[in-house]
Ligand binder design. Sequence first.
Ligand code: ADP
Ligand code: MG
Length: 328
Amino acid sequence: MGAEFEFIADVRSRVGAPAGEGFLGIGDDCAVWRPTPGSDQLVTSDLLIEGVHFDPATISLHELGAKALTVNISDIAAMGGQPRHAVLGLALPGPPDAYRALVEGFVAAAEAAGVVVVGGDTCASTGGIMLSVTVMGEVPEGGAVTRSGARAGDRLFVTGSVGDSAAGLALLSSGGEGLSATAREILVARHLRPTARVREGIALGQTGAVSAMIDVSDGLSQDLGHILEESGVGAVLEADKIPLSDALCEYAEGAGLDPLEFALGGGEDYELLFAVTPEKQEMVTRMMADSGLAAIPIGRMTEAPGLRLSRDGREVALVARGYEHFKS
Ligand code: ADP
Ligand code: MG
């Protein structure tokens, strides 16, 4: 058997053969499954390119495989969906045998999320490692939470601290002298081994009270900017309410930097950012607390367009910042 087919056989053996009526996974020309009756189907896709999204010197193959799935699952979560199936496209610069850990990480993350790997493609790369991941998910019919439903007056929430991943990335390439080992580990882990807020997304979607939602992948201010644009509203963020981890504050203080800069402009936190109609705010807050999930109020939507930051009793206009491709 050639290296490509040996590799695929290895992937197939790791994934196993999940049962299910009409289900066909790896091994045929297409995968086949039956959608849950009464559900809408979600699909999302992300590319991860060596040198653009990751540096193999700072992330292990196992972590890379897991992260490639997690960033896609996060998009399903951001619509209030349950991720169900994944497809893994791989372009590999060397013999595929050397990349088994990547598949291991991907499959481990899939199992942990209840996602079945149903197919993919494997080919040689003349450049670096490239991963193309597609995840399919489901929401109850009509229940997908979009970016476009926010209205002026809605309250804005986030599911956890932001800025950690960007600080972790910075730490991978530069010292962070004097920083405690614990803080360093927390920040780097959030960058290399992110979590998608699937339970949060589903719980929020089920309330029917979330008017808009997005996952924080490119930076809080930039991702909020997408909600504002799609919803046709503005927003005010309360600087002192934005959740910053102790680890981020310790790092920023030691480096003489403003932790809020990391929170607003740093990407890859994979927290959910969402808007709630004011009358439902209490209900949503209570439901999340009862489920042991975090929902931290950080601002509100406004009639006036644009993004503003309220800090030390002053409101200043905020330019959305974050990661963007093809930026010169
Ligand atoms: P085809 O020639 O039809 O593209 P392949 O030989 O590429 O078929 O793939 C055979 C089977 O293995 C298909 O079910 C495909 O989805 C699966 N597969 C190939 N590469 C991967 C991968 N990297 N991860 C998961 N499944 C894969
Ligand atoms: Mg193929």
